[in-house]
Design a protein around this ligand. Structure first.
Ligand SMILES: [Fe+2]
Length: 549
């Protein structure tokens, strides 16, 4: 059977599973069905390898066993996986214990699976079955793969709106993997960061998350969202964190939004955020280990997932600080830099994709922006932006670590590496950019070493929200000025919220961007916005004639 037919079977039957998954949260625990009471937080899968995948759920065996409470009994939870959606032939099964030590989360790394195969899975606890969901293994290493389709998302602030982006993706029938580039959740207290001035849905717990119990409760709240549950049930996710999974503008020894003393030590808070992440996300990660890791899709592509928060040096206080050019400054740490360079130089795969939480393309501030626009950009990047033309506009990105970026891009140049594509989130805006060999000569030479494609936020505020202007009005002039001053930036949308879909084939990579009509409307429609593609071998991005079929 062809891979495409398998995908179609998966699509046809996943619809049933999604109804179940969505019903969980719609019904809610009070007066809910036994499934809704036991499996309040849905089911998920992730980190697909050719022979294994992570399965995840969380059980609530007693009403008192609430997330973060540390209460409730240890209970057995069984799981089963089948290559058919009716579970006639069970491929793998087992039983694990869930208890308060792990916040009643369940994670299984199922091994011995067949490559490039769709599977259905479910859990059972106290005689109650979970919703059924679909997952899929990666193709075998070295296999010829004609096509990979990924959903690409980042920055889903629950207080700023509804996760309609996830719902629209969950309704698609072509998604092999969901790539989440970070800011899966936000640390803020109600009223601290929302949709313009409106808290669409208040955060729980009703305070900034700081302790392990806080982080667990916040993860739990996000996982009650029916659209989030539906997208988890559709396909395996590959995730990394950015800063808000711990605290804003995190670096290795602190964060902008962490107050030592009043909020304890950074090391304790970081450990709490990492433990909750390991418990609540379908990811092959244990606290103390590394989150950066690599996936392969046959000979077609590799996907190197980066962690740009755990090892980075502190952000410089200003883009005009000369320390910014210190060659010792690192955003990855030395071990992860080696890991990244190995991945980029791997000649056994065609496309070298990088799951890159913050932008790598250089972006310099134009001299033509008015004070209000500069202030708005400063709010967007959460830093003081001096009105100095030509300085990097956001030193929390790779722009704050230019010597290391030059080393990484230099490897692309020196080794003649083609087909490197950085996939990025974080900045609540949509970008397509070449990665210039030298930004100064690029306008003349057009020399590019790779490409960066940036998805916008699912809900989090961006420039029109900050300026309090209607979408696609005041921001247009800012975008035009930035593109004029940075000619390698081909596409920029500072206003829209939504999601992207990426297709990878031997002939090229294409990203489609979709925009939500209204993030504060739980039923919001999504419309196609634009498409850009990278023809194989060119290292340059260009407009795509049409969206993906
Ligand atoms: Fe964000």
């Amino acid at each position: 059977m062809s891979r495409r037919s398998l995908l179609q079977i998966g699509a046809a039957t996943t619809g049933t599973a999604l109804v179940g998954a969505a019903a969980v949260a719609v019904a809610g625990p009070a007066g809910a069905t036994p499934t809704a009471r036991l499996f309040v937080h849905g089911v998920a899968s992730g980190d697909p390898l050719p022979d294994s995948v992570i399965l995840w759920t969380r059980v609530t065996p007693q009403p008192t066993a609430t997330p973060g409470s540390g209460r409730g009994a240890v209970v057995p939870v069984s799981w089963e996986m089948s290559a058919d959606p009716s579970f006639r032939r069970i491929a793998r099964s087992g039983t694990v214990n869930a208890g308060p030590a792990g916040d009643h989360t369940v994670k299984v790394d199922v091994r011995g699976l067949t490559p490039a195969t769709s599977y259905w899975y479910r859990f059972r606890c106290q005689g109650v079955a979970s919703p059924v969901a679909r997952t899929r293994t990666a193709p075998a290493d070295g296999a010829a793969v004609p096509r990979l389709r990924m959903a690409v998302v980042s920055c889903a602030n629950l207080q700023a709106g509804w996760f309609s982006a996830y719902r629209h993706l969950a309704a698609r029938r072509d998604i092999d993997v969901v790539l989440h580039l970070g800011d899966y959740l936000y640390e803020y207290a109600p009223g601290e960061y929302q949709a313009r001035d409106v808290v669409v849905r208040p955060h729980d717990p009703p305070r900034e998350m700081v302790t392990l119990s806080d982080y667990r409760r916040r993860h739990a709240q996000y996982k009650t969202d029916p659209d989030l549950q539906a997208l988890h049930a559709l396909a395996p996710w590959v995730v990394t964190w950015d800063d808000h999974e711990s605290a804003n503008d995190a670096w290795k020894n602190g964060a902008e939004n962490h107050t030592p003393g009043a909020e304890g030590t950074w090391s304790a808070r970081k450990a709490a955020s990492q433990q909750a992440y390991a418990e609540w996300m379908p990811v092959r990660y244990t606290p103390g280990g590394t989150l950066y890791r690599r996936f392969r899709c046959g000979r077609l592509a590799s996907l190197s997932m980066l962690d740009l928060r755990s090892y980075r040096d502190e952000q410089v206080s200003s883009p005009v600080d000369p320390a910014i050019n210190d060659p010792a400054r690192t955003i990855t740490g030395p071990d992860q830099e080696r890991f990244l360079l190995e991945g980029l130089a791997d000649a056994t795969v065609q496309w070298k994709l990088v799951g890159n939480p913050v932008m790598i393309a250089p972006v310099r501030l134009p001299s033509t922006l008015d004070a209000r626009a500069v202030e708005g950009i400063g709010t967007l990047v959460d830093a003081e932006v001096p009105p100095v033309a030509g300085v990097p506009y956001n030193v929390d990105q790779w722009d704050g670590y230019p010597a290391q970026r030059a080393r990484v891009l230099g490897v692309l140049r020196d080794r003649g590496i083609r087909d490197a594509v950085f996939l990025t989130g974080d900045i609540h805006s949509a970008w397509a950019a070449d990665l210039p060999a030298d930004p100064a000569t690029y306008p003349v030479t057009g020399d590019s070493l790779g490409v960066e494609l940036v998805c916008t936020s699912v809900t989090s505020d961006n420039l029109d929200d900050i300026l309090n202007t209607p979408p696609r009005t005041a921001s247009l002039a800012v975008e035009t000025a930035i593109k004029a001053n940075n000619p390698h930036v081909k596409y920029l949308d500072f206003d829209s919220h939504g999601f992207s879909v990426l297709e990878v084939t031997p002939a090229g990579v294409q990203m489609d961007w979709f925009t939500l009509i209204d993030r504060t409307d739980p039923r919001s429609a999504a419309v196609w916005s634009t498409s850009w593609r990278v023809p194989a071998g060119t290292r340059k991005v260009q407009p795509a004639p049409r969206r993906l079929a």
